[in-house]
Ligand binder design. Structure first.
Ligand SMILES: [Zn+2]
Length: 160
């Protein structure tokens, strides 16, 4: 896998480490980041790699992305086992349900944002997209996502 550096302000961001980004956070010094030397925006990398998590962003966008992920998106798919009928002792079944729920929720969000599933990564979202995604997901129950998913499957079945 090649690590393609993200762009910001029309040019390639520079690979650096947490030593520069968070000088006071020794626990983050080993991590990789991409920083834009023109505007100071930055973004993190997938754990243990130099593969960027998305596009460099400013403080407001970074906060919106992480709030969207942790407080809005994750609680919905994590509620899936409580919505489904499964044996609470069956951890494999629970893991399967969670994995499917997460993937369905990504597709639901991409569909409602009008973007490709491949482009639906919080690390790539603009502040505006974070706001729209929050509106789409706020108050959404996993049951609605599941019903939407089955309606899509049915439609695809008819089209085929
Ligand atoms: Zn920039």
């Amino acid at each position: 896998m090649t690590d393609i550096a993200p762009t910001c302000c029309g040019r390639t961001a520079r690979l650096t480490t947490g030593r520069e980004i968070y000088p006071n956070r020794r626990d983050l010094h080993w991590k990789h980041f991409y920083k834009c030397d023109r505007c100071g925006n930055y973004c993190g990398c997938h754990p243990g790699t130099t593969k960027s998590l998305g596009t460099p962003a400013n403080a407001a966008t970074r906060a919106a992305r992480s709030n969207l992920h942790d407080n809005v998106f994750d609680p919905i798919w994590k509620s899936a086992p409580a919505t489904s009928q499964y044996d609470a002792e069956d951890h494999k079944a629970k893991a399967r349900i969670l994995k499917a729920a997460r993937s369905r929720l990504y597709r639901y969000l991409a569909h409602h944002l009008g973007i490709d599933r491949d482009a639906c990564h919080f690390g790539m979202f603009t502040l505006e997209q974070c706001k729209r995604a929050t509106e789409i997901l706020t108050g959404l129950s996993y049951r609605t996502v599941r019903d939407w998913h089955y309606a899509q499957v049915k439609q695809e079945g008819k089209a085929a």
